[in-house]
Design a protein around this ligand. Structure first.
Ligand code: SF4
Length: 358
């Protein structure tokens, strides 16, 4: 067995995490959901979302039968909504193409939407005890440090090398649960000891053979990407109020926040009153500029200029039924992105819909 595997399996007995809600389950659906939720989100944030999701959609079949809107509502606030859309699509594929049976090999699992090699491997390990290597962000960090590998880990040459190391480090699997314990131990070490900033090397079971530790290169590994500053975009959100209700629009399926509910959006410099009159059939009675809200995506920064407008209308122009009037408190229960949730909480749920003065 590799040295890493021996040390990690031993370490995990006393120092690993053993009580996460999805642990101990061999249900591939539960494993899959937890792995997807954990992809870009911290464990503590995931736990309540995971519980709620499992309550609402306890099986693949219940998820496949649910409308996408209902899934997005449960996901609302967790971010990276393509994860929810892919889960939903994959559940339907499993029902249609696999007779409701979750595929049991890494290669087959990887064919489902939203599942890359490492996630497929983790599901194959935890649900089916397959001897597969994972290589998520935490594992990349551990391996680059342990083996002293320089170079940006997402660059294909480095990534291939890391996959080789990840495969070599796998334990032999003649003992029950060996591969599961090893994989969980890697995840736990990355989450609790070999953390991004200031790893706790003094309690690390890999310390004696860790190249980065020996050569004092921990700060330099993993090699950071040469960062260009993120592009910035700006937009105007129109918070249109009539009879204490807010106008929301369902966004198109593609693009940011696909199929979520947002206020109508216009480009900077467009006259809001004229837009409302000609595009929506609404007459603006008052307009208040609200404080700017900045939101960061992985690939760009979005600066939102919210405007609160009181409007009247007889005939809302709504040819595709993408617009709804909704009480701000009810909007919170819909699938809305985090910045919209913030705007509602800050400006529409206090003081009888008056804008914040501060
Ligand atoms: S010794 Fe430190 S840098 Fe090396 S694997 Fe352990 S925690 Fe990470």
């Amino acid at each position: 067995m590799s040295l890493i595997a021996t040390q990690l399996i031993h370490w995990h007995k006393t120092h690993g995490r053993h009580h996460l809600p999805w642990q101990g389950s061999r249900d591939p659906y539960a494993v899959w959901l937890s792995e997807i939720m954990l992809q870009q989100t911290q464990v503590n944030t995931v736990i309540p979302y995971y519980a709620r999701f499992m309550r609402e959609f306890p099986t693949i079949s219940s998820l496949a039968q649910a409308p996408l809107d209902a899934v997005l509502i449960i996901w609302s606030g967790l971010g990276y909504y393509s994860r929810a859309r892919n889960l939903h699509q994959a559940a339907r594929m499993i029902m249609q193409d696999h007779q409701g049976q979750f595929p049991d090999t890494r290669a087959m699992i990887q064919k489902l939407p939203g599942i890359g090699r490492s996630t497929a491997a983790a599901i194959a390990v935890f649900a089916f005890s397959k001897r597969e290597a994972i290589l998520d962000g935490n594992v990349k960090r551990i391996l680059t440090r342990y083996f002293g590998i320089s170079g940006y880990p997402e660059e294909s040459r480095i990534k291939n090398l890391l996959w080789e190391k990840a495969e070599e480090a796998l334990p032999v699997t003649y003992r029950r649960n060996q591969i599961e314990t090893y994989t969980q131990a890697l995840m736990d070490l990355g989450a609790t000891v070999c953390i991004r900033h200031t790893p706790i090397c003094k309690v690390c079971p890999l310390q004696h053979h860790c190249v980065a530790f020996k050569e004092k290169r921990i700060e330099q590994l993993p090699t950071a990407r040469l960062r260009k500053s993120l592009p910035k975009k700006e937009t105007v959100f129109l918070l249109l109020m009539q009879h204490q209700k807010l106008l929301l629009e369902k966004r198109p399926a593609s693009g940011i926040w696909g199929e979520l509910w947002c206020p109508p959006e216009i480009k900077i410099g467009i006259d809001a009153a004229s837009y409302c009159q000609h595009q929506l059939g609404l007459i603006v009675q008052s307009l208040v500029e609200l404080p700017i809200l900045d939101h960061q995506f992985t690939h760009f920064k979005l600066r939102i200029h919210p405007q609160l407008l009181q409007v009247v209308s007889n005939t809302l122009i709504n040819p595709h039924n993408k617009l709804i009037w909704i009480k701000p408190s009810d909007a919170l229960a819909q699938a809305i992105p985090t910045p919209v949730r913030k705007l509602l909480n800050q400006h529409l749920l206090l003081d009888n819909h008056a804008p914040n003065k501060d």
